[in-house]
Ligand binder design. Sequence first.
Ligand SMILES: Cc1cc2nc3c(=O)[nH]c(=O)nc-3n(C[C@H](O)[C@H](O)[C@H](O)COP(=O)(O)O)c2cc1C
Length: 393
Amino acid sequence: MKRKTVVVGVTGGIAAFKTCQLVSDLGKMNFYVHVIMTKNACEFIAPLTFETLSHNRVSVDTFDKNYLYDVNHISLAKKCDVFIIAPCSANVIGKIANGICDDMLTTTFMATTCPKIICPAMNTAMLENVIVQDNIERLKKYGIQIVESISGLLACLDVGKGKLADSDVIIESINDAMICDKYLKDKNILITAGATVEKIDPVRYISNHSTGKMGVAIATCAKRLGANVTLICNTNEKVDPNINRIDVKSASEMYENVKKEFDKCDYLIMAAAVADYTIENISINKLKKNDDDLALKLSRTIDILKYCGENKKHQKIIGFAMESENLIDNAKSKLSKKNCDLIVANNINDKGAGFATNTNLVTFVGKDEVISHELMSKIDVGYKIFEYIKEKE
Ligand SMILES: Cc1cc2nc3c(=O)[nH]c(=O)nc-3n(C[C@H](O)[C@H](O)[C@H](O)COP(=O)(O)O)c2cc1C
């Protein structure tokens, strides 16, 4: 895949030091990064830092005599897939909202046609100033995405809103903006993720090794592709705040919530590892150990995928099958028994597949085909699922 270019604008705010980490992270994610600084930003961070981290020359001066062979603001504007300004000062917000281009950053921003993102960061009183608020509203009206600043202790020792958004939120806004074809817009997608937990007593439980990485990755893809996403999960993974997250623990809680949401959804993707058995009598008090062995009576949980398959109307259902043998046969049997439209099958014994990894090795088992995929990131598995869905629509 072609490497994408992110132009990062840096303005004269104290949060400029955080942009060093952002530029470094973007480089590690295989983006080409070009940094443009305002003259005042250079009072906070030396351009050399960004040049080293981005492996590219930093632009500050529109009329740089060493750079005249190329109209730099136009060439950068053309190269750019996403333009982000982080941190963005009240001053630059005001300039852009009013069409002023009096330096390299604002001139290039104006010449750029790709998606644009602004991350304001400033003192709370500055941020709440009606002029700044009006300017931010104007930027939104012009289609510029705003990554809201967050509340906390500011550098000026005030406590309030105005801190630069966290790096992972900013990076997600860039990944989101990279996808222009939001083909899941207006679709409601219900996803489950993670392991369920069946209590034995107030201290102990039975569960499995699922971390929720796969389901969260699918939810992230769906959100980036424009869908309204509901994620029913038990996970410690970070979940984008634009995803409607419902936390559950047990298989029965997961069932109740899936049942409630199922009618509204267009697609159900069951990536959670739901317990097949639960404890028949959960002890209210902690079970005391003695010298005897202990037998726990397990009873079957409700099969959520089967319930949804039997009750589906307009919905399409995608299930997951994790197997240790007879992968394709078991997946085919699950597809028909559970009335699914696709089974994403993976083998727990394959290197790079299964629990807790950032990659997966999957085979799509549909009604008329079996498609084997190469080892890829769980995010890319998510995109493959939605490409498959799109083709079938
Ligand atoms: C120590 C210090 C910290 C500042 N922090 C911010 C800030 O976080 N946000 C902001 O909008 N302005 C801040 N300013 C004010 C800007 O630097 C000032 O408005 C400047 O003109 C912005 O220039 P630029 O927008 O061209 O980068 C700060 C100024 C100083 C001296």
